[in-house]
Write a protein that binds this ligand. Sequence first.
Ligand SMILES: *Cc1c(COP(=O)(O)O)cnc(C)c1O
Length: 475
Amino acid sequence: MKQDKNLFTLIPKVDELLEEDNIEKLLNIMPRKLVVDAIREEIDLLRNNIRNGELKEEEIIKINKNMPKLIIDRANRKNSYKLKRVVNGTGIVIHTNIGRSLISMDVMDNIKDIATNYSNLEYDLEKGERGSRYSHLEDIIIEITGGEAAMVVNNNAAAVLLVLSTMAKDKEVIVSRGELIEIGGSFRIPDVMEQSGAKLVSVGTTNKTHLWDFENAITEDTAALLKVHTSNYRILGFTSSVSAEELYELKAKYNIPLIEDLGSGVLIDLSKYSLEYEPTVQDSIKNGVDVVTFSGDKLLGGPQAGIIVGKREYIEAMKKNPLTRAFRIDKFTISALEATLRLYLDEKIAVEKIPTLKMLSMSIEELENKAKTLYNLLTENIDNKKCKVEIVDDYSEVGGGSLPLEKIATKCIMLTLNNLSVSEFERNLRECKIPIITRVYRDKVYIDLRTVKEDEFNIVVGGIAYGLRELKGVH
Ligand SMILES: *Cc1c(COP(=O)(O)O)cnc(C)c1O
């Protein structure tokens, strides 16, 4: 007990630490309270460890020497944003967990301009009176998709809910059993349907649905036929589904509106860029679909949004639905979406400037060149005894519940650790100041060059060097 007391006297005082050179410097760039908190927490930690009898005198002296650095690290961690940028080494282009689509720099300029100034968000500059926030987007969506009218809400889940609530409340909606999908974040078509007040009438079987299944289910209460794009999975083998084109026959014969939830919102023919053909919004409109919904931040490559395009009478009714107020988009979304859509007026520019499209259409030569540059930087800057670096062939994924079967050839950096823990290394990479998210497969760590920008290479090299340095245990 007596000796413990002596040890406690070795604990430094807050005021002393505040006078340390490096900590004083910290006070210039961080709130004082945060620095003091960091000091107190380190001191508490030390005191607890002494109390638990875990530390000898020499160890305490060693910790005290290192104290300013421990405090600075802790203060830096406390001072960092909770939502922060990461490096996407996974090769999954539309990765819902790490931000889905990246906004183009050109688009960013517009967002900044709108967000830091007043704007005509809901102001009609011609009439000098109140205007509609949806008016800014409607014309350009119509121009690109060929639809009659359009509006935009917070995301596609909200769009589907709004459409069903407006067009089919207390009525029946017929859907194929093969299209009763669940996508990430617990969006399930049957649940959304229930929320909207529409009654789900599912027809056909899991693998096969025929046109006559739909026709047999039509009653006086049928408010709409719904086609859902099975974005994130495919049924293969003995299957058949009813296309929107076929459903159009029924729509015309019985005069029942046809709704399509397209999911991804593709506006260009992706097969031109060696991807699988994915139905475009323009196709749906051409096929006579009355109302189409899709996401703004999947293959479209814009901000999070749910876009609704179709017949004017339905869109006008949606604008009057009280849910629209609850689902309304803010000025960030409007400025980002308008600027992104403008890029689509010239397809070549869209593919070049919209990061999602650019990454998906990146050539293997470009990927190989990037891989070589990163390889050279890595071998020059990391501990090559701990880790072997190689360039390997691999596959990227589209992600975001789009083109689930598509495997796009890519180039990766593959890291093989020399008798060290891969899981610890992977965790170290996630703990970097700018975390690096990688793919681990069979004890190797992969970094896909498709989703890593050239200007992130230094971050990656620094992160990997750190990750190796911090490795403690031997595998
Ligand atoms: C992704 C998706 C949704 C939901 O879109 P969010 O924009 O994420 O809300 C709805 N339906 C389908 C078919 C989808 O693929």
